[in-house]
Design a protein around this ligand. Structure first.
Ligand SMILES: O=C(O)CCC(=O)C(=O)O
Length: 256
């Protein structure tokens, strides 16, 4: 991590996100990308677009990315000492000549069923992500304005699980900040931050691994949007709450 933990925390509290964290080297990313490419050939691009969720439990390379000490350290600098890995989810946007598939403005926390409503996401670039191929965009500081009532998009081209969206009149999209990353870099965003992404207008794939984290205090009070119970894994610090069944790490901790 190139930024001191204190500075990372200050920026995160203020803006609701931090970005361009240099986490994985080019060589490490080539290896991870090759593993993703192999998974993609087995599962097919349709599934890979948004259908690979929670696969850190059976694909070791995903666990290695998600639980890497550099990821956990950066996340911990943002959210605190006690960290549970909630889930992982690829957002893989393929070249989209019809300019259709997008992610609507939303706040993650509204559909995860957590109380208190706190979660944090590391978005790790598997491929370079830029404006042309539909990188994530955020509204800086929007995590401080509370939870917005979400509607449902008329279009099923909104890739989100239940097509949720913040209505246009609640988002000043002229203030959107593009989160451009090169492969191996990551951003971290607060679960209450407004974020979205536009269609992939390039001829390049744009794949990112989102890794979701919660503090142990956040218990599940409702099913999440895909109807599941979460099974988070403690990856740093202590869990004094025991809200969840103890779930062991599926593979050895990276670097152990
Ligand atoms: O990768 C994207 O385009 C959107 C990611 C996202 O919505 C999320 O991390 O919750």
């Amino acid at each position: 991590m190139t930024v001191a933990p204190h500075d990372l925390n200050t920026a995160y509290q203020r803006d609701g996100y931090v970005t361009r964290l240099d986490l994985f080297s080019t060589a490490e990313m080539q290896t991870f990308r090759a593993s993703f490419d192999a998974l993609e050939s087995r599962e097919g691009p349709e599934k890979c677009a948004i259908g690979l969720q929670g696969r850190h439990m059976d694909e070791e390379f995903i666990w290695q990315m998600a639980a890497d000490p550099r990821v956990i350290e950066a996340v911990s600098a943002c959210m605190g000492e006690d960290v549970m890995l909630l889930s992982t989810h690829f957002f893989c946007k393929y070249p989209d000549p019809d300019n259709k598939k997008y992610v609507a403005w939303h706040q993650d926390i509204t559909y995860w069923g957590l109380e208190p409503p706190e979660a944090h996401t590391a978005w790790i670039a598997v491929d370079d992500a830029d404006i042309e191929n539909g990188c994530m965009e955020v509204i800086s500081g929007s995590h401080r304005d509370g939870i917005a009532t979400h509607g449902t998009s008329e279009s099923t081209d909104n890739l989100l699980s239940i097509h949720q969206e913040i209505p246009d009149d609640l988002v000043d999209s002229s203030q959107a900040v593009p989160i451009e990353l090169t492969a191996g870099q990551a951003s971290i965003h607060d679960g209450q931050l407004f974020h979205a992404s536009r269609p992939n207008r390039s001829d390049r794939r744009r794949c990112g691994l989102t890794v979701r984290f919660i503090p142990p205090a956040a218990r599940q009070v409702e099913k999440n949007s895909t109807g599941q119970q979460w099974l988070p894994i403690l990856v740093r610090g202590e869990d004094p709450y025991h809200h969840y069944p103890e779930t062991p790490a599926p593979f050895p901790f990276p670097g152990s």
